[in-house]
Write a new protein. Sequence first.
Length: 247
Amino acid sequence: MTVGELVSANVVDLRVWDTSGEQGPSGVYLLGMPGTALPFVVTRAWKVGTGTVSEEIHFYGPTGRLVHRWGPAIRRMLGSMDLTVETDTIADARFDETGTYVVSFVIDHEIVGEIEVPVLVQLGSTKLPKAIEGVEAGGRRKLIPSWFVYRNGKILVLSQREPGPEDQTVPGIPGASELVVVTRRKGRETAASEFHAASRVLQGPEWEEAAKLLVDKRKSRVGAPSEWLARWRGSCDIAELTPVLPG
């Protein structure tokens, strides 16, 4: 005899949830792989006997391995003749596999129901905001103005390893796999917005190519481009940021 019945359940990206609610298509999106998922909503409707239970949600990857576990959380069930609807937003899940996951819904250590949910890497947008004002490392509010260039829908940012007057030192570069980019529209009505971006530090030929683009955009540069490039090679990292924009 089971503890109850899972009548319905869904796992929906928060952006989809905001427009379509529980009827939105299932899906979890990553900034990179492995990586932290963009916030998503887990909704479920239970028919479980009246009383207090322990609830968990398990995410099993395509290889059958338990990749993420939510809970346990104590819930008060309304009874087997009524629906108990629970909705939670998960913002700290990290996945190291993509593909179709089996999501198990557990009451008092018993799997009561399961659904399949795709976990995908979110593709970057080819259109970006026109002004970038700062970059911050995941979760830590430390903003600075950042100098950058666009290339093929991605943002190239130069970060000086040791703080100094020549160039900015961007928090999270290197080291963070995900950053938050804050944009500001200048003019009479100033507005700010932000979006997530996957961060990748460039090496070798990619670094050289990006450095040439950056030095060409350096309007305040004093001296030949070759002089700046030579200094940057020993003192600066260049990160390629892939924006993840609502769409």
